[in-house]
Write a protein that binds this ligand. Structure first.
Ligand SMILES: NC(=O)c1ccc[n+]([C@@H]2O[C@H](COP(=O)([O-])OP(=O)(O)OC[C@H]3O[C@@H](n4cnc5c(N)ncnc54)[C@H](OP(=O)(O)O)[C@@H]3O)[C@@H](O)[C@H]2O)c1
Length: 385
């Protein structure tokens, strides 16, 4: 029996993961869950999966959860330490890291330190703490298996390949809801329009990142750490159908690709069953129905954040941390109605202009740079309000 813990169980990846665990049957059990404040959904999950430990964001949420569940069999913890305790739970065989943003970093590090397999969806933790996670994984023996569909695709394409044979690894992007919008109209787009992703149903933050294409920028940096590839060997193509998740160009002229239906449960299941593959009852990919697969270069003017992400990828050190912090702050301000869609890029550009690159190889350094950058981001956001 494989014992699974899900960090971020009430989110889009978390609920899809539990759906897959339910479909996989008796060989898989849920042992721990960490959520934010969606008590109702966490209660349902606890009743269905009977974990031994759960965590909520605040002490108040934990108290309300205990009162409503009345279940003496489950240990209830809370806060950042609570999520870390769930991540370190000694019965875990596999931890799915699916908390959004840098808040997922500490629990992800905690899971990696225990040496268990970690199925990583929380790309921000790899963006800000790639060096830390890699060295902790090397020390503990933890394997990090990607959940992001593009990285799962690369992982599968690269499985039997030697790195020196790889010429280029290409991540595809749907282009988001504004791929075909006239450029002059994009700046007037509302939160609801930016959240209406044409292909994927995801959490709010990653949906906005998809509309700006920052999601793909973060994924470039994530791929650099996951696959130890040089920045020049990483590329992006817009592929509106989202059927090909990634491509690997080999030096002999062959290109390998991974394809599937547009459903996160496919890469999630692979991360849970790896290196095995279990039968799936999800719909099969029918290419004769898809009919055409299109690919386009990224338009710089439409997606200005890609240039910042490239710069962060190439410079490394503290720049990816600053990029992520400025992006989290700007996206939150946009979702809160404080700034417009085009202001996201303007705020990030201004914040990065004022950033002095330094080392970021310890958790303390990463968290300090994150804090400092959020403070400066807030100043720029206020100027746009
Ligand atoms: N959704 C996708 O298809 C997709 C695809 C690839 C990668 N990803 C990545 O996967 C991660 C999760 O994305 P998502 O779309 O699933 O996000 P989401 O729907 O917003 O879910 C986030 C989850 O994290 C929980 N959470 C937030 N802050 C927390 C905290 N401080 N402590 C404990 N739990 C906390 C939330 O709890 P509550 O809701 O209870 O507050 C929720 O369960 C992101 O890094 C994203 O980039 C997502």
């Amino acid at each position: 029996m494989k014992k699974i813990t899900v960090l971020g169980s009430t989110g889009s990846i978390g609920t899809n993961t539990l759906d897959i665990v339910g479909r996989l049957g008796e060989e898989y059990a849920v042992i721990g869950l960490a959520a934010g404040s969606n008590i109702g959904l966490l209660l349902e999950q606890v009743r269905k999966f009977r974990p031994k430990i759960v965590s909520l964001r605040t002490k108040g949420d934990a108290a309300r959860f205990k009162e409503e569940s009345g279940d003496p069999g489950v240990r209830v913890v809370f806060g950042a330490e609570g999520a870390e305790e769930v991540a370190r739970f000694d019965e875990n065989d596999l931890v799915v890291a699916a908390i959004t943003g840098i808040e997922g970093l500490r629990p992800t590090i905690a899971a990696v330190e225990t040496g268990v397999r970690v199925a990583l969806a929380n790309k921000e933790s790899m963006v800000v703490g790639g060096a830390i996670l890699r060295s902790k994984a090397a020390a503990s023996g933890a394997e990090i298996i990607p959940v992001d569909s593009e990285h799962s695709g690369l992982f599968q394409c690269l499985a039997k390949e030697r790195k020196e044979n790889v010429q280029k690894a290409v991540l595809t992007a749907s282009g988001g809801p504004f791929f075909r919008t006239p450029l002059a109209e994009i700046k007037r787009k509302t939160v609801a329009e930016a959240l209406a992703h044409p292909r994927w149903k995801m959490g709010r933050k990653v949906s906005i990142d998809s509309a700006t294409l920052m999601n793909k920028g973060l994924e470039l940096i994530e791929a650099r750490w996951l696959f130890d590839l040089e920045p020049a060997a990483l590329g992006i193509l817009i592929h509106p159908q989202s059927v090909v998740h990634s491509l690997v160009e080999m030096r002999d002229g062959s290109t390998l690709a991974q394809l599937s239906i547009t459903d996160m449960r496919v890469p999630i299941q692979y991360a849970l069953t790896y290196p095995e593959r279990s039968a799936s009852d999800l719909p099969a990919l029918e290419l004769s129905r898809v009919r055409s697969l299109e690919f386009f270069e990224v338009e710089r003017e439409r997606y200005p954040l890609i240039a910042y992400a490239r710069q962060a990828l190439e410079t490394g050190k503290s720049l990816p941390v600053a990029l992520n912090a400025a992006n989290e702050a700007a996206v939150e301000a946009f979702l809160g109605g404080r700034i417009g869609f085009a202001d996201i890029a303007a705020v990030i550009g201004a914040v990065l202009d004022g950033h002095r690159v330094c080392e970021a190889e310890t958790l303390e350094a990463v968290l300090a740079i994150d804090r400092e950058t959020r403070g400066r981001s807030e100043n720029h956001i206020k100027k746009k309000e």
